[in-house]
Design a protein. Structure first.
Lengths: 179, 121
């Protein structure tokens, strides 16, 4: 509970700060806290991935972009009343919905009763892998992972295409009309 | 006593909703594109928690089979979220590349200034 409260505090900091460098660094701290929460939730593999990818690679990518652009956010001209209202209203509706959810940590919920026990019982017999997350990821749901690799590959190609065009462009007039 | 039990049972849901709503607010209200991407990340991580927290069983251990334990947390959400994290960083990289290109073309990454520049010409 303390970790979750810390997460919320950092979120407020991210909303209020206008220095983008500070925002990105807070984002890294947020990811590490998120990884700690995941360890508490028994998701050790996810926690390792979040610590390396979320806190490591994402932060580095953000910092690289900041180096290429600007680090200060301008104050918006109009007051954000409408977005605030929309956000608070959505939040209230969702909080109302949580009262129908099962309490935290219960074992007899639909999430935990259907397919998960099958994986836990048959993982050793089917794949000889004691880590059930690994066996589900690579064996039971291997096609899912294949699709994920396809998505990452496509994104990588798109990034390369976007940044390759950059080199051909002259650093001339600042605003170019793009049609 | 009843109130306290309700709070303990639903505290994680409320924090998840707070993170999700703040991500939504940043994406809608802030004009800076890097800030928008950070907000998108907040929204995304709140969904990770939304998936992981129902899979936790109190008194359970991480789903690595061993004769010493008998109660394990649900492995399926972990797998789904592993996939989501990796896809998330791929889309983040794509978004940041777009931001760099927009900065190259317009000289700014603020939404309002881009619109103002379009109207001037």
């Amino acid at each position: 509970m303390a970790l979750l409260t810390l997460l919320a505090t950092i979120t407020i900091g991210i909303i209020r700060l206008r220095n983008l460098f500070a925002v990105v660094v807070l984002g890294g701290i947020y990811s590490f806290l998120m990884a700690s929460v995941m360890i508490v939730l028994d998701a050790v593999d996810v926690a390792m991935t979040e610590a390396s990818v979320g806190a490591g690679i994402s932060t580095v990518l953000m910092l690289a972009t900041l180096y290429l652009t600007k680090t200060q956010e301008t104050v918006p001209a109009h007051t954000p009343l409408l977005p605030l209202f929309v956000a608070v209203a959505t939040g209230l509706v969702l909080v109302f919905g949580t009262f129908a959810l099962p309490p935290f940590g219960a074992a007899d919920t639909p999430v935990n009763l259907n397919v998960a026990p099958y994986y836990l019982e048959n993982s050793i017999r089917d794949t000889l892998v004691p880590n059930v997350v690994t066996s589900v990821l690579a064996s039971y749901r291997g096609f899912d992972t294949l699709g994920e690799v396809a998505v990452v590959f496509t994104a990588g190609i798109a990034v390369l295409m976007l940044l390759k065009g950059k080199r051909n462009m002259k650093p001339g007039p600042k605003r170019r009309r793009v049609r | 006593m009843d109130l306290l039990q309700t709070i303990v049972a639903h505290y994680n849901h409320w924090i998840i909703i707070f993170l999700m709503v703040s991500g939504l607010y940043i994406v809608v209200a802030r004009g800076n594109m890097i800030k928008k991407l950070v907000g998108l990340g907040l929204f995304q991580t709140s969904v990770y928690l939304l998936y992981l927290s129902p899979g936790k069983i109190l008194g359970g251990t991480p789903p690595i089979l061993s004769p010493q334990f008998s109660v394990y947390s649900n492995p399926l959400p972990h797998v789904l979220i592993l996939t989501a994290i990796v896809v998330g960083v791929a889309t983040l990289a794509l978004g940041l590349a777009l931001v760099v290109r927009i900065n190259e073309a317009f000289g700014t990454i603020e939404e309002d200034e881009i619109f103002a520049g379009e109207e001037d010409e």
